[in-house]
Design a protein around this ligand. Structure first.
Ligand SMILES: [Zn+2]
Length: 376
C-alpha cells in the first residue's frame, strides 16, 4: 500500500490552467505508442520551442516519459514521448439510492481499484458522506506509488447544480410525493465531501452526464456529432454529448429525458407532472414487461433524435444491462419506424461497454478530462 500525494485544492497535474500543456497531453492520451516533439508541434500548432519547454516540464514532473526512438526517416532520430499512467489518478464515485460504487483510475483511465458497497441513503446525508469519504480513502491507498490524486468526481441522480455541487429538491433521495429523508434537499454534496477529504477537489454531476463522458474520451469528436447516453435504473435520464462536450444547459439541468410528456393527463410522475415517459416506463417495469418499456424508451429516443439529430445512442443503467438485447432492439425498432428517412439519418444504437461502471468511470473522467484539455 502506498500513500498517494494529494494535490492541493485548486491545483492540478501540471497546471490545469495551462492550455498548451493540456493540448500536448491530450494528443499523447490518444496515442499510447507515443509521439515525437516534431509531431506534437505539428499537430498542436504550437511552435517547436513551446513544445520543447512543455515537454521538458512534463518530463521533469514525471507526467510523460521517453519511449525509445521513432523509426528513422533519414534525419536526426526522434525521441518518442508517452504519457506515464502512474503519474496521477482520479477517483470516480457513483452514488445511487442503495448502492455506492468507487473506482480509482490512473492517468490513462485504466481502473486500478473498484468496489461496490451497499448504502442506506435514507439515513441522511451525514452517514452517507462519511461512507463515501471512507471508500474514497480506501481507493486512494491503491494508487500507484508517488501518483498524484487529482480529485474526486461524483455522479448521482439529478436534478442537481453541477456548478455548485448542490442537490435539488426531488433529487436522488426524495420527491414531492415521497419527501424522503430530511437533509437531502439542497444538500451541498460537493462541499461536504471536499471537507471530509481534506480539501481534495470534488466535482459533482448527474449520473447520466458522467456516464456520457465514458464515450470516446481520448478521441476528438467529429464536428456536429451527437451522442445520447440513456440511463434506465431507478429513473430514466439522458446525458447529451454534443460535439464531444456534455450539454448541460443554462441551469445545468439538461437531459431530463424521462420527464418529457408522452401522455397528456397520464399517470402522475414523481416530478409532479402527469404522463412523463419515466412514469409510463416504470409502470411497465412494475408489470415486468420489458418489451413495452423498451418500446417507450425508443419512442423517447426518436423524439430526441428529431430534436437534436444525434447520430449515436448508448444505453446503460441497471435495468438495461439486465436485458441489453431487448432494449437495444426495442429502441432500434422505434427509430426505424419513427425517423422519416432512417437511411439518410441513421442512428447507431449500442449498449454501454463500460457496463455497471459507466457512471463511476465517467465521474473519474470529470476530473481527468480537463488535464487533457477536454471540456468536461
Ligand atoms: Zn416526470
Amino acid at each position: 500500500m502506498s500513500t498517494p500525494h494529494v494535490a492541493p485544492a485548486g491545483t492540478n497535474l501540471v497546471g490545469l490552467r495551462d492550455h498548451n500543456a493540456a493540448l500536448v497531453l491530450g494528443l499523447l492520451r490518444g496515442r499510447p505508442e507515443g509521439g515525437s516533439r516534431v509531431e506534437l508541434a505539428a499537430e498542436t500548432g504550437l511552435t517547436p520551442q513551446a513544445v520543447g519547454k512543455i515537454v521538458t516540464r512534463l518530463l521533469t514532473d514525471g507526467t510523460v516519459e521517453e519511449a525509445g526512438q521513432a523509426a528513422s526517416t533519414g534525419g536526426k532520430p526522434r525521441t518518442l514521448l508517452r504519457l506515464r499512467p502512474d503519474a496521477g489518478c482520479a477517483v470516480g464515485v457513483h452514488l445511487d439510492r442503495d448502492e455506492l460504487t468507487v473506482l480509482l483510475v490512473d492517468l490513462a483511465g485504466r481502473p486500478r481499484y473498484r468496489r461496490t458497497v451497499p448504502v442506506d441513503t435514507a439515513r441522511g446525508p451525514a452517514p452517507t458522506v462519511e461512507l463515501i469519504a471512507d471508500q474514497v480513502r480506501a481507493a486512494a491507498t491503491e494508487a500507484p506509488p508517488g501518483a498524484r490524486l487529482l480529485g474526486v468526481g461524483a455522479g448521482c441522480r439529478g436534478p442537481l447544480d453541477h456548478g455548485s455541487g448542490v442537490l435539488h429538491w426531488f433529487s436522488t433521495f426524495s420527491s414531492p410525493h415521497d419527501p424522503g429523508t430530511p437533509g437531502w434537499d439542497r444538500f451541498p454534496l460537493r462541499d461536504a465531501l471536499a471537507a471530509r477529504l481534506a480539501g481534495l477537489p470534488v466535482v459533482v454531476d448527474k449520473d447520466t452526464n458522467a456516464a456520457a463522458l465514458t464515450e470516446a474520451p481520448g478521441a476528438a469528436a467529429a464536428p456536429g456529432s451527437g451522442v445520447a447516453y440513456i440511463h434506465l435504473a431507478g429513473g430514466l435520464g439522458a446525458g447529451l454529448l454534443l460535439d464531444g462536450v456534455v450539454h448541460r444547459g443554462a441551469r445545468t439541468n439538461a437531459g431530463e429525458f424521462g420527464h418529457q410528456t408522452l401522455l397528456v393527463d397520464g399517470p402522475l410522475c414523481d416530478c409532479g407532472n402527469r404522463g412523463c415517459l419515466e412514469a409510463l416506463c416504470l409502470a411497465e417495469l412494475r408489470r415486468a414487461d420489458h418489451a413495452a418499456a423498451a418500446r417507450l424508451v425508443g419512442v423517447g429516443v426518436a423524439n430526441l433524435v428529431r430534436v437534436l439529430d444525434v447520430d449515436r445512442v448508448v444505453l446503460g443503467g441497471r435495468v438495461i444491462l439486465e436485458r441489453p438485447e431487448t432494449y437495444r432492439a426495442g429502441v432500434a425498432e422505434q427509430l426505424r419506424e419513427r425517423i422519416p428517412d432512417a437511411r439518410w439519418q441513421p442512428v447507431a444504437v449500442s449498449v454501454s461497454t463500460a457496463g455497471p461502471w459507466a457512471v463511476a468511470a465517467g465521474a473519474a473522467e470529470l476530473v481527468l478530462g480537463p488535464v487533457f484539455g477536454r471540456r468536461a
